[in-house]
Design a protein around this ligand. Structure first.
Ligand code: ADP
Ligand code: ZN
Ligand code: MG
Length: 481
């Protein structure tokens, strides 16, 4: 049994999706030829003047409101000075003591955690969210390094959590939840492979029951949530071993080697930078009126967690199904429309998960291009509920809907797929199947009850799937008595 408790706080950077960069009019676009989206401002030429991007500020406020932060009516930009090849000005425009957002929280837990165990519901405090500019991107090519200034000046949010997490699963859930909110809120795409979301993990251990925190270790640049999870578990074990051996830990910054699955020392506290923050004299304070903040609040979408709870309560679906359905915002709203127009929302959820998501995946189709309208799935489910078609035929109809976008009742009509409920007609199918399978009929009569399932299948086959399955079972039993 582990005798230490982990204390974890995360610092996450999220690139804001905007048309132009933070302080100039260069496009904010990933993937262009290096150093083609640049100008004197984002190349740090002396004598140029930054002009703040209003769209980025609005999105910073949205991020704060979606995480229950207090939004400052007055904030300002500061210069963070350091010397590095990714920073042509030798300072980064950031925010120091007056960020846009402070004192919020994010809800995590309520389902299964990354490692499969239940994760209790809790709030993780958010200390602050500030807006800054991304430096250039450095790429190392063996003997030399390339700097791509297309990234220089891209608006970047830094989201700092309170040291409120206690396990790798909680850290993982926080990161997933944060990404989901940033995407739902239209703040950023958070594609980690494109560097649009980056995270540093701070972690310390303390004996269970101790109030004071232990010495914090910062792990830089985790490039996936899974890596963050692994790094936390690795550090918990490493720090526990150090403490057990009676060593005192120093405050240090470590890197993560994903191939080796271990952290390594980068620098100790003594080498820490002094960033010499001071207010940027080129930029005025930013003032946001109460009205402006309220109008941004009024434009916010429903949050995924709230959506999941509503779906569980209103549609009677499981927590797990709600998680699957809200993993993608567009899928969630597609399902919401289908379920809202149905008397059997739980069935609609089953069809969405098992058939729609499968077909979308197999055909690599985005939900936005889905040929099936949400209302059409609702009517398919209604056709099955009314007994017009059975579930089996429903799958073929759905596949056809997905191929052609045709409404289900039209497909049923034009292909003559309506279920045969007439007992006389079903009886005829039953007779045919009995006549064609004398050996199995004998087995059933001799007491082998399991053969019934086979015979049911034969009747369905004779009816080309259209016989009402309940009538088939009833009539077969009757005739075989
Ligand atoms: P620094 O000044 O070194 O950047 P901060 O106080 O700004 O430190 O905290 C940075 C991050 O580290 C925050 O996410 C915070 O929650 C977390 N943190 C602070 N102290 C600890 C600790 N003792 N153990 C784990 N995380 C911590
Ligand atoms: Zn520029
Ligand atoms: Mg800090």
């Amino acid at each position: 049994m582990m005798k230490y408790e982990a204390v974890i706080g995360l610092e996450v950077h999220v690139q804001v999706r905007t048309r132009s960069k933070m302080f100039c009019s260069c496009p904010n676009r990933f993937g262009a030829e290096p150093n083609t989206l640049v100008c004197p401002v984002c190349l740090g030429y002396p004598g140029t003047l930054p002009v703040p991007n209003h769209e980025a500020i609005v999105k910073a406020v949205r991020a704060g409101l979606l995480t229950h932060c207090k939004i400052a009516e007055v904030s300002k930009f500061d210069r963070k000075s350091y010397f590095y090849p990714d920073l042509a000005k030798n300072y980064q425009i950031s925010q120091y003591d007056m960020p846009f957002c402070t004192g919020g929280y994010l809800e995590i837990g309520g389902g299964k955690g990354f490692s499969g165990q239940d994760l209790a519901e809790r709030q993780v405090g958010i200390t602050r969210i500030h807006l800054e500019e991304d430096p250039a991107k450095l790429t190392h090519f063996g003997k030399f390094t390339g700097a791509d200034f297309n990234r220089s000046g891209v608006p970047l949010l830094e989201i700092v959590s309170e040291p409120d997490m206690r396990s790798a699963d909680e850290a993982y859930a926080y990161l997933t939840g944060l990404k989901e909110i940033m995407r739902y809120g239209g703040i950023g795409d958070c594609d980690m492979e494109k560097g649009q979301m980056r995270c540093d993990v701070n972690i310390s251990l303390r004996p269970f029951g101790q109030k004071e925190f232990g010495t914090k270790i910062e792990i830089k640049n985790l490039n996936s949530f899974r890596a963050a999870h692994r790094a936390v578990e690795y550090e918990m074990a490493r720090q526990a071993e150090e403490l057990d051996a009676g060593h005192t830990l120093r405050q240090e910054t470590r890197g993560w080697n994903d191939d080796h699955g271990e952290t390594y020392l980068m620098r100790t506290k003594e080498e820490a930078h002094d960033y010499r923050y001071f207010p940027d004299p080129d930029l005025m304070e930013v003032r946001l009126s109460k009205e402006e903040i309220e109008s941004i609040r009024a434009s916010l979408p429903e949050l995924p967690e709230a959506m999941r709870r509503r779906m569980v309560a209103d549609y009677g679906i499981s927590r797990y199904d709600a998680e699957v359905l809200t993993a993608d915002q567009d899928v969630a709203s597609w399902f919401d429309r289908a379920a809202a127009g149905s008397d059997a929302p739980k069935q609609v959820a089953n069809w969405t998960i098992s058939e729609l998501l499968r077909l979308l995946g197999e055909t690599k189709t985005a939900i936005a291009d889905c040929p099936v309208k949400p209302e059409q799935l609702a009517s398919l489910v209604a056709l099955i509920a009314k007994g017009v078609i059975n579930n089996r035929i429903g799958k073929d109809v759905f596949a056809e809907m997905f191929r052609t976008g045709t409404a289900p009742d039209e497909i049923v009509k034009s292909k003559g797929l309506a279920q045969v409920n007439d007992d006389g007609a079903v009886a005829a199918f039953v007779d045919q199947a009995i006549a064609a399978n004398p050996a199995q009929v004998e087995q059933f009569k001799a007491g082998n009850a399991k053969v019934l399932q086979f015979l049911v299948g034969q009747v369905m086959k004779v009816s080309r799937g259209k016989a009402n399955p309940q009538s088939v079972v009833a009539l077969l039993k009757e005739k075989l008595q």
